[in-house]
Design a protein around this ligand. Structure first.
Ligand SMILES: [Fe+2]
Length: 589
C-alpha cells in the first residue's frame, strides 16, 4: 500500500511516502525550496517523494493531510468571534489567511496531484504528532504525550499506543487541553516578549535560560494556574495571542515582567536589563519543565507503562526532555527526530496505514535519514568549474585526512547519504569542528553561523563512550540518539570540551550509534585516537537564516560563502586554499 502524508500551511511543510508500512522518503519543503521554515503547500517535497518511490500520483492508495482544516477553521473563527470587536483587525487577517487555499486542502490535493477526492484522508493534528512519536519508536506499548502551540483545538494530549505482534495497532488519545490554553503558546509568548521570532526562536529562549536564575518563576506560575484535573489553563488576562495578531502578551504581562526586549537590541548579559531577560527565560523554562513533569508523572501512575513517547514542538526542548526522563518515573523516553509539524507528514501517513487501513505493524528503521541523497559527482563538477581540486579518497584515508584537519582547527562540512528529517543535523548534513576551545565556538558563531554568542553548540560522541564524558541518566543514551536531551558534561572534561559546554555545564549531546551512522561513528573514534577525546562539535550545516543544506550544490555554495576549511561529500573532499591565509592573518593580528 502506498500512502503519501502531507503537513502544510503553518510552518515547516513536509511530505512523506510510506510503502507497505515503511517510510521510503520524507523531506521538509524548505530543504528543496531553500526558504527556511517554508509553510507553503509542499509541492517540491511531494514531487521528490514520488520520484524517490518511483510512483505516479495515480498509483497512490491514499493521500493524508496532517490536520482537519475545517476543525481548525472552526477554532480560528470561534476564537475571533469571542474576542470581537477587539479582534476586528485580526479577524480580517485570519480570514485572508485561512479562507483560500488553507481551508480547501482537499481541492488543492485533488487538483495539484490529480488524486481523486475519495483517496484523500485527514488526521487530527495531535493524532499525527502522537503517531510520529509512537509508531517510529522501538516499543510495543507506551504512554504518549504531545504538546505544541495549537493544531485544530488541541494543544496537548495524553494517550496510549499499542503495537501487538499479532493484532491491530491502537492509538488512543485519552484527554486533551484545548486552545487557547497551551504550553506551546506560553513558551512562544515569552519567545516574542524576549524579542525572538516565534516558531524559530524557542531554542534561543532555552539557551538564554541557562544564563539566568528563575527569579520570576512565581510570576510565570500565575500565568498558568493548575486545574482541578491536574492539567493547566492560561490566565488569559496576561495574553493577547488569542485576540489579536499584533502581539501575544498583554499590558498586565508587562506589569509582571517589565518592558519587552526590542529585537534589534543585542542582549548584553553584563547589564541588569540583559540579566532580567535571562532570568525571565530561566523562569518560563523552569515552569514549563514543572508542568510537563507533573503531567507525565500522573500519566505514569494512570497507565502503569514504563515507556513514554513524546511528540509536538514542545518535545524539541532538550532541557525539559532530560528532566522528564530523570524525574517523571518513566524508564524510557522516546522523542522522534522530527517531533514538530514536519514529522506530522510521516505521522499522518502512519495513522492512515496502521489505524485507518488496519495494516499490520512494521518495525521502522530507527534513523532520521529519509531525505535526498548527496552525489559525490556533483561536488566534483562544482569544484572543477571553480578550479578547485576535488579529491576522491578511499574511505580510511578520507577519515584520516578529515581527522587531521579537525585536529588542526579546521571547520569541516560533512555530507553523506540521505538528509535528515527534522531540525537536527545528525551526521549527514553536519558542520564538524574540534570541541576543545571556546575560540572555536566563537569563530563558528561569529563567522559561520552568525548567531548570538549565548547559543551553545552540540557535541557528538560514540554512544558506547557517551557516559565517560557526559552524565547521562538511565535511558539518556537513547534520548541522545536524535539529540533530544540536554545533559551535564562531566566536570573533569569541561576544560577540554569548552566549545560544546554551555554556561551551566550542560550539552545537547548526540550519542552516535554505529548502526545508524557508521561513517560518522568511525570518524568520532578516529578523532578520539588522534586527540584523546572521541567528541566532535556537531552543528547543522547551514548559514544563519538558511535551511540545512540538502544537495551537494548547497553544501558547496555554503562552503564557498563562509569560513569553512574543508567540504566532504561522500568520499570526495574539497579544501579551501584560503584557510591557511586566514590562519596567517589571525597570527599576525
Ligand atoms: Fe503541531
Amino acid at each position: 500500500m502506498r500512502i503519501l502524508g502531507i503537513s502544510a500551511h503553518y510552518h515547516d511543510s513536509a511530505a512523506a511516502l510510506l510503502v507497505d508500512g515503511v517510510p521510503v522518503a520524507a523531506v521538509q519543503e524548505e530543504r528543496l525550496s531553500r526558504r527556511k521554515n517554508d509553510a507553503a503547500f509542499p509541492l517540491a517535497a511531494i514531487e521528490w517523494c514520488l520520484e524517490r518511490g518511483g510512483l505516479e500520483p495515480d498509483e497512490l492508495d491514499a493521500v493524508v493531510f496532517y490536520e482537519k482544516p475545517m476543525l481548525k477553521f472552526d477554532r480560528i473563527l470561534t476564537t475571533l468571534l469571542r474576542a470581537f470587536p477587539h479582534s476586528c483587525r485580526a479577524f480580517a487577517q485570519a480570514m485572508k489567511n485561512t479562507v483560500g487555499e488553507k481551508i480547501w486542502v482537499k481541492g488543492i490535493i485533488a487538483s495539484r496531484l490529480g488524486v481523486p477526492a475519495r483517496k484523500i484522508l485527514f488526521t487530527q493534528h495531535h493524532q499525527a504528532h502522537a503517531a510520529a512519536a509512537f509508531f517510529t519508536a522501538p516499543t510495543r506499548q507506551a504512554a504518549i504525550l504531545t504538546a505544541d502551540g495549537v493544531g485544530e483545538w488541541a494543544t496537548l494530549t495524553v494517550g496510549r499506543g499499542q503495537r501487538p505482534a499479532d493484532g491491530p495497532c491502537r492509538l488512543e488519545l485519552l484527554r486533551e487541553v484545548r486552545f487557547p490554553h497551551s504550553l506551546g503558546m506560553l513558551y512562544s509568548t515569552f519567545t516574542a516578549y524576549l524579542g525572538f521570532p516565534v516558531n524559530e526562536g524557542e531554542y534561543k529562549v532555552m539557551g538564554l535560560a541557562s544564563y539566568g536564575k528563575p527569579v520570576y518563576a512565581a510570576e510565570v506560575r500565575r500565568l498558568v494556574p493548575r486545574t482541578a484535573d491536574g492539567a493547566f489553563s492560561l490566565a488569559l488576562e496576561y495574553f493577547e495571542f488569542h485576540t489579536t495578531a499584533r502581539r501575544s502578551y498583554s499590558s498586565r504581562f508587562l506589569e509582571l515582567f517589565g518592558p519587552a526586549r526590542d529585537p534589534l537590541d543585542p542582549i548584553d548579559l553584563d547589564t541588569a536589563e540583559g540579566r532580567r531577560f535571562a532570568d525571565v527565560a530561566a523562569s518560563v523554562q523552569l515552569v514549563l519543565e514543572e508542568l510537563l513533569i507533573d503531567l507525565a508523572r500522573a500519566l505514569r501512575r494512570e497507565l502503569d507503562l514504563p515507556d513514554l513517547c513524546l511528540g509536538g514542538g514542545v518535545a524539541l526542548n532538550g532541557c525539559a526532555n532530560a528532566r522528564l526522563l530523570a524525574e517523571s518515573g518513566f524508564e524510557r523516553l522516546f522523542v522522534p527526530p522530527a517531533p514538530g509539524d514536519a514529522g506530522c507528514a510521516l505521522g499522518a501517513a502512519l495513522v492512515a496505514d496502521r489505524l485507518h487501513f488496519g495494516n499490520p505493524d512494521r518495525q521502522l528503521p530507527d534513523h532520521p535519514f529519509w531525505g535526498p541523497e548527496v552525489a559525490t559527482a556533483d561536488l566534483a563538477r562544482l569544484a572543477d568549474e571553480d578550479g578547485l581540486a576535488c579529491h576522491q579518497v578511499e574511505e580510511g584515508a578520507l577519515v584520516d585526512e578529515v581527522v587531521e584537519a579537525l585536529a588542526s582547527g579546521a571547520v569541516v562540512g560533512w555530507m553523506e547519504g540521505a538528509g535528515e528529517l527534522g531540525p537536527r543535523a545528525l551526521g549527514h548534513r553536519s558542520l564538524l569542528a574540534a570541541p576543545h576551545d571556546a575560540q572555536m565556538r566563537d569563530r563558528l558563531n561569529l563567522r559561520i553561523k552568525r548567531r548570538e554568542e549565548f547559543r551553545p553548540f552540540a557535541p557528538a560522541v560514540p554512544a558506547e563512550l557517551a557516559d565517560r564524558y557526559f552524565q547521562l541518566p538511565p535511558g539518556g543514551v537513547r534520548l541522545g540518539r536524535f539529540m533530544s536531551g540536554v545533559f551535564p558534561v562531566r566536570p573533569e572534561w569541561r576544560p577540554r570540551l569548552q566549545a560544546v559546554t554551555h554556561v551551566d555545564g550542560t550539552a545537547r549531546v548526540q550519542t552516535v550509534d554505529a548502526t545508524m551512522a557508521p561513517r560518522f561513528h568511525a570518524l568520532l573514534h578516529a578523532y578520539g585516537r588522534r586527540s584523546g577525546i572521541p567528541v566532535l562539535l556537531n552543528t547543522s550545516f547551514n548559514l544563519a537564516g538558511e535551511p540545512i543544506v540538502s544537495r551537494a550544490v548547497e553544501g558547496y555554495s555554503t562552503f564557498r560563502r563562509s569560513d569553512m576549511d574543508l567540504l566532504v561529500v561522500g568520499n570526495a573532499l574539497v579544501r579551501k586554499a584560503r584557510a591557511r591565509t586566514v590562519e596567517r592573518r589571525e597570527a599576525a593580528e
